[in-house]
Design a protein. Sequence first.
Length: 202
Amino acid sequence: MRRIVTEWFRIPRVWPILAAALAAFDRPVTVWSGACGSGEEAWSAAILLDEHGIGGQVLATDLDPDLLAIAEAGHYSARDVRSNVAEGRLTRAQVSRHLRPADGGYTVAPHLRRRVTFRRLCLGEDAAPACDAALLRNVWRHLEHDTQARLMREVHARLPATGRLVLGGGDLLNVRLEAVEPPGLSRYFTRAGHDCVWRPRS
């Protein structure tokens, strides 16, 4: 099992922008959390939908079946949850509403579980699913150049005109901290309120 660093509500300023875009749909939405790791991002997206009264589902995918099992279990240590509260990513109100004390830690509440589906998907081989928001953060640099270009085209094709692509900060910097972009990003997308949030070009 590979080591994946995931967090609750990573890059906090991104989430209100994403919520506003998703709330504009007049139908239930689908949020895709690609390379979901241990699941905090997918559960964060489910919390976002719940708290903003947005109908819809979260599709959480990963290549690693062991990580998928951890994500789907939705159980996190008390230390992890307290750390995210202390750092301002989770609020105590969110913990109280969306998490339940269990086995010395916390597990996600049933109303969140009903919103999230987990599935194995290899970004390097499988087609991107149809969605209204694609959260593909800090994964591009792990893919070959041609695979990045193919995935970017597919995500653009699978998002509606008002959809959003969310990247990670690590996708936009190289190891020397110089600005970079995954191939095709500016061709197919334009920034939408934050350096890490992009909307499809027509």
